[in-house]
Ligand binder design. Sequence first.
Ligand SMILES: *Cc1c(COP(=O)(O)O)cnc(C)c1O
Length: 392
Amino acid sequence: MTGAFHPPLRTLMGPGPSDVPPQVLEALGRPTIGHLDPQFVTLMDDIKRLLQYVFQTDNALTLPISAPGSAGMEAAFVNLIEPGDKVIVCQNGVFGGRMKENVERCGASAIMVEDTWGTEVSLDKVEQAFFENNNIKALAFVHAETSTGVRSDAKALAAIAHKHDALVIMDTVTGLAGIPVEVDTWGIDCAYSGTQKCLSCTPGIAPITFSQRAQDVIANRSTKVQSWFLDMQLIMGYWGANTKRAYHHTAPVNAMYALHESLRLVEAEGLAAAHARHALHHKALVAGLEAMGLSMAVAADVRLPQLNAVNIPEGVDDGGVRAALLEQFDLEIGAGLGALAGKTWRIGLMGFSAKAVNVRKCLLALETVLSAQGANIAAGQALAAAEAVYQA
Ligand SMILES: *Cc1c(COP(=O)(O)O)cnc(C)c1O
């Protein structure tokens, strides 16, 4: 390829990135200024305020890390965990496994609480792990498991950790702005997210927040944070209030314009309205899929509205269907991940993607492609079933 790259206009209904609103893309193209420019510092302050709103926290240490969600995860562990620490890690999908990796790379030991993929984290098993082990430094769990489409009970998990005086580390990369996230009310010591899921921003930034208790733990470390780039003490010299805003790294200036715009849109809509919107389109999508004869992979009470895991019908060519959706409809849905590869599709309704036009397009496209494959589905019912939800 020698010419300019012009991407196709896709409809993004996978596990992220989600559709990016035109206002956010427009913000990205505004003139670049210096990352120490006083005007940029004003923008940084407003991004912090908006992140405090979406996380529902007053935490002073709330900021966007200049790297994707995975760096948010890494920042949480490298700052809070030291060699020799013990961390209870809940795993009910792909991302809990990455938490284990992070804990072990910090020289700490991970006490695993494992649940079947597609089910929520068991509170009983977590209680049990605390009773069987003492001096637990932290409990780590994934609020919204993107690999399976399952929501775990973050509030109840945090309450268990508090009884045992452990820190709470929560991955809410997919949760944030799609379902309620209450960092202060739940007592979460560190929560991190990503920009490309329900915030509907371009990928590459990781919002993160640390409680005062977590900040104290960081301040009293006996070893240096193993990562220079993600060391919060150093980053705070740049992002912290009342600091000299010393150079740490060059902030991705234009990506911050985009993040600011996406957060502004969330604030304008209001978190409660955003949650209700995700819930509505999820309901319409499920009604349509079930009318077609497809079945959901996750029990209704723990389903994530923003990530819908659907069982792939017997005899259907998984890759062939997704390729046809992309080619014929410019529509991206997600493949199954890890243990669920080839067994489920993951249909995202994240942020700006959570809208009726996407639900209709997805149902129509799936019906067309599955019919062409000779799959045993009921054609002609799905759109009406979704419309019935919208009319109700
Ligand atoms: C997407 C995701 C991540 C990783 O985010 P990246 O931006 O891809 O690095 C981590 N945890 C969960 C639950 C996710 O869905």
